[in-house]
Design a protein around this ligand. Structure first.
Ligand SMILES: [Fe+2]
Length: 314
């Protein structure tokens, strides 16, 4: 087995390396290299710029971790292609894609976890295999169990866009969700609106949310067009929307999780596993081991793809 390299070029772009000599794995989150939060390698850069950045990563791997430019293959994540030929950067004949978005989330987290078997929940704003997938994992492999039609990640992000303090402080729409979660502690849940928000995370029907709650929402026809322009609430009214959206998010999440009664440890991943409020509630509600990785967002996808290509050994 030669060295391996794996690239995810979507937002939170990242590249992982396997050193065949030392049997060690390494990941570079490219936003740290280029100093641009949520950096996308593909759509925001010319092929020449992509090549330049990947050459820098290749050289870091060689200089810092002793990984020679002699690779068995380059792995490219299925929903994060680049527009430059990786064989002009990495010394290899082979470019492969072996898995899809949530499969790689699941593989990344399972092999980082301390568990030999687990139920894995992967949920986010969407990849090329949906938004919410359940897996059963053990030492024989990771089996897909279920796919839930929903958009918890995108729905939560859009809830953040409703609040002035969140929208005006966010320079990128991916920043909305974290700020929304942070504001929840200042708000009071509006109980009569919770069911509408809960359903919104499944159907993402913004017009239905507006009609059901009678809230004066903006940009009904296309709230995604410029999410940072959607805000309609501020001060305590906004904080209460934050708390209510979070309550709906938690109810929606538990309505799915309650269908599974795993007698094995539980793992949460995907960008929505950054929601520490629901993670804490899961930990309290489920009296069995829980693991959430330090990088449940897309920053872990290239490593997951490597793990699927070559299962780690002790
Ligand atoms: Fe993801």
């Amino acid at each position: 087995m030669k060295n391996l390299v794996s690239i995810f070029a979507g937002h939170d772009a990242n590249i992982s390396f396997y050193n065949a000599t030392t049997n060690k794995y390494y990941t570079i989150e490219i936003e740290r290299l280029v100093k641009k939060r949520y950096f996308r390698l593909h759509e925001d850069n010319t092929p020449a710029q992509q090549k330049d950045i990947l050459e820098k990563c290749r050289d870091i791997a060689e200089k810092e971790w002793g990984i020679e430019n002699d690779y068995e293959c380059v792995l490219i994540c299925s929903d994060g292609y680049i527009q430059t030929d990786p064989r002009e950067i990495f010394n290899t004949q082979h470019v492969r894609t072996v898995a899809r978005h949530h499969q790689t989330h699941a593989a990344s987290v399972f092999h980082m976890s301390p568990f030999k078997e687990a139920l894995i929940v992967s949920y986010d704003g969407g990849g090329d295999d949906g938004h919410f997938n359940i897996y059963s994992a053990n030492q024989d492999g990771i089996i897909h169990v279920d796919k839930i039609e929903s958009d918890f990640g995108g729905g939560y992000l859009l809830c953040g866009s409703l609040i002035r303090e969140v929208a005006e402080k966010s320079r990128h729409q991916l920043a909305l969700s974290g700020k929304l979660m942070g504001l929840c502690g200042y708000g009071n849940v509006i109980p009569e609106h919770v069911p509408a928000f809960e359903e919104f995370f499944f159907d993402r029907d913004y017009e239905k949310l507006a009609n059901w709650t009678n809230l004066n929402l903006k940009n009904i026809d296309d709230p995604w067009k410029n999410a940072l322009d959607n805000w309609a609430f501020e001060d305590q009214e906004g904080y209460d929307i934050a708390a209510t959206a979070q309550e709906g998010f938690e109810d929606a999440f538990f309505s799915v999780l309650s269908k599974y009664d795993p007698d094995v440890p539980l793992i949460l991943t995907g960008g929505c596993a950054l929601n520490v409020l629901v993670n804490e509630k899961v930990k309290s509600a489920y009296k069995r081991p829980l693991y959430v990785p330090p990088n449940p967002h897309d920053g872990s996808l290239s490593l997951g793809h490597l793990f699927l290509y070559r299962q780690p050994t002790e």
